[in-house]
Each structure stands twice: as C-alpha cells, then as structure tokens.
Design a protein around this ligand. Structure first.
Ligand code: PGA
Length: 251
C-alpha cells in the first residue's frame, strides 16, 4: 500500500547546463516498470530549468530541493526560503542530510524548525536520520537514530506526519561504497516505523514511507527493495548517471 519512492540527491553536482543535458538524457531512455514515484533533487540553481524540461517533455519525475532555511524572508544572506523553492516547482525538500549536519552544523532542533517551515509552505519533507560508524560499532545505533527521529519530529502533528518521507542513511554507508546489509537496514526502518506508531498511531506509521540511503546502486537495489520496511531509496552518486538511475528505478 506504500508506493515505492526513489529520489536522486545530486548534491553539489551539475551546473544548470549539465542538469539540462542530464534531464534530456533521462527523458530519452526513461522507463518506470515498477510504477514507483521518482524524484530528482538538483542544486537550487538548476531547479527551474529541470522543472521546465520535465513539464515540457512530460517526464514522470518529480522535483525536490536539497536544502532551505526555515525563515520565510529577511536578512539571511545566502539562504533560500521554502517559498522560493516552492515557487520554482519543487514538491519535495530534503531536510537534515548528514552532510548538512556535518559541514553546516545542523542540529535536530534546526531540522525540526525546517520541518515546520516545509509544512507551512506546502513542501513535502524527506527527513534524513542515521548514525555514524562509531555509534553503530558501540551498539547504540537504534537508540541514537530513534532519538534523532523524536527530536526532529517534535511538535509535528498527525495531519502532517503522513506526508513525511523518512530517509534512514547510516553515515558510514554514504558515498563509501559500503551498504548496510539489507537485514540491518530493514531492522532500523522497522524500529523507526514502530516509534512513529508510538508517537502517533499505528495506521499512520503504516502509511509513512521510509527510504534507505547509502551507496545504493543497480546491484543492491533489488535486495533492499525486497525488505518489508524499506519503501524506497535516497540515491546519491548513482543518481547522477542516467543509466544507473534508470536501472535503480527499474530494480
Ligand atoms: P550515496 O549518497 O548514494 O552516494 O551514498 C546517498 C545520500 O547521501 O543521500
């Protein structure tokens, strides 16, 4: 009943022109045999041109952004507001990616403020949580991730929660080529779903989509997607290669 959701996080890759070329290439060979929901999240500089091309050529791909600030306007040099992103045609917004946490000091509290701001402007969040290798090796991964979940969702009401996608991304698996075993990834996704059930209702937790992210590629996607509690993937490196991204969509 949960529709599979594959999203590509391009990170700080592709100029506007490169993004246009990529989308034209994607459109040329696009297939979606599983009928999953697909989104691309280009850098903010390419959002508008990507949106225009997916509309013009009716490519069955949605648009997301990788980051935004939580204020709607004002003296915040260099920041981009939720409304600005929405106006460019984005439907999704990645919030709390581990790279934002690591390089830009984003805390659970900031993630939580961004979550509220996303709902206010009508953007659908893809909220990222995940543990470091140290935490995993010390056996505290589940406790850590569930605490991130609780703090990032503080005050988010039940009307909004069902529209949230959670991306479970173990930091040690991002961009490293190491994937969590599908069993470990599924266990964490199951624990996340269970905690959402405790915080809200079981029905709500059954509707929330939970993606896995971290070195997802054509060779591991089918196994990950066969797991009961993994409803899709947030794909980094492999999402900026047309062939790989198409293979992942058609796992
Ligand atoms: P990766 O990145 O697929 O390159 O590991 C995933 C992500 O950071 O969202």
């Amino acid at each position: 009943m949960r529709k599979t959701f594959i999203a590509g996080n391009w990170k700080m890759n592709m100029t506007n022109l490169e993004a246009e070329k990529f989308i034209m290439g994607l459109g040329d060979s696009y297939k979606n045999k599983n009928n999953c929901e697909v989104a691309v999240c280009p850098p903010v500089t390419a959002l508008l041109s990507v949106k225009k091309l997916i509309d013009k050529y009716s490519i069955d791909v949605k648009l997301g952004a990788q980051n935004m600030f939580y204020e709607s306007s004002g003296a915040f040099t260099g920041e981009v507001s939720p409304g600005m992103i929405k106006e460019l045609g984005a439907e999704y917004i990645i919030i709390g990616h581990s790279e934002r946490r690591k390089y830009f000091g984003e805390t659970n509290e900031i993630v939580n403020r961004k979550m509220s701001a996303a709902f206010k402007s009508g953007l659908k969040p893809i909220m990222c949580i995940g543990e470091s290798l140290d935490i995993r090796e010390s056996g505290r991964a589940e406790k850590f991730v569930l605490n991130q979940l609780i703090e990032c969702l503080a005050g988010i009401n039940e009307k909004n929660i069902s529209g949230v996608t959670i991306a479970y991304e173990p930091i040690w698996a991002i961009g490293t080529g190491k994937t969590a075993t599908s069993k470990d990834a599924n266990e964490m996704c199951k624990a996340i779903r269970g905690r959402i059930g405790d915080l809200y209702y079981k029905d709500i937790s059954e509707a929330v989509r939970i993606q896995y992210g971290g070195s997802v590629k054509p060779s591991n996607i089918s196994e990950l997607m066969s797991m009961t509690d993994i409803d899709g993937a947030l794909v980094g490196g492999a999402s900026i290669k047309v062939d790989d991204f198409i293979s992942i969509i058609n796992y």
